[in-house]
Design a protein around this ligand. Structure first.
Ligand SMILES: [Zn+2]
Length: 216
């Protein structure tokens, strides 16, 4: 794991102010990232002490499933039932409630040549969704900037952009000023999942056309 969410993103996560889409991807990342898990725990402890809330560290004794359920429900005030996670799946536990445990079961639709897309609604209460992309090797995603923030979590394969290489489990954390042109660098298709604050702003007319059609 080399690419992590920004510290500000982790702090926002820790304080519970991230959107459901963002927090879902951050949870998916920290499931397997001790580095970020530690930062979030420190953030939690800071928050707890600031509120003079002396919840004991019972977490240390609970099993991993409980830990994940707790993380998942942290920013998720709905009455989502606890589920049994498949910890051997290539799908992070935090995403399993939305797409199941098998990436092959995702229902893809055409997005652009070499790129397939699947949009998954993750809340009944709002128009909150995650966008999954499946991209062929050496394929570029059209260059785009963002009106808001964007998180991209790699599930399979890898891509690279100006900031480096992103492999399974890595998160690309882009703010509004970022313009980047990710290229799939793995031999297999790259499957990633994207959460955005605002609509992506594609740079080219063709991309704009795609955007108007598929509303990523
Ligand atoms: Zn991390």
């Amino acid at each position: 794991m080399k690419q992590h969410p920004d510290l500000s993103t982790l702090m926002s996560y820790s304080s519970g102010t991230l959107s459901l889409a963002f927090s879902t991807l951050v949870t998916s990342h920290i499931e397997n990232c001790d580095h970020c898990k530690e930062i979030v725990q420190i953030g939690n402890e800071l928050g707890a002490s600031m509120m003079e809330n002396d919840i004991e560290n019972k977490d240390k004794t609970e099993d991993f499933n409980e830990f994940l359920n707790k993380l998942n429900n942290k920013n998720n005030n709905s009455e989502i039932k606890e589920i049994d996670f498949d910890l051997n799946s290539e799908v992070p536990a935090s995403l399993q409630r939305y797409i199941g445990t098998d990436l092959d079961e995702i229902q893809w639709s055409f997005f652009a040549p070499g790129i397939q897309k699947s949009q998954v609604k993750i809340s009944d209460k709002s128009n909150c969704h995650l966008t999954f992309l499946k991209i062929k090797p050496n394929k570029k995603i059209p260059e785009h900037g963002h009106k808001g923030g964007e998180l991209t979590l790699v599930l399979k394969g890898a891509f690279e952009d100006a900031n480096g290489t992103y492999a399974a489990g890595d998160i690309a954390d882009h703010d509004t000023s970022t313009h980047h042109e990710p290229v799939v660098s793995s031999k297999e298709d790259c499957i990633c999942v994207i959460a955005t604050d605002g609509p992506m702003v594609f740079k080219s007319m063709i991309a704009n056309m795609y955007q108007s059609i598929v509303r990523i």
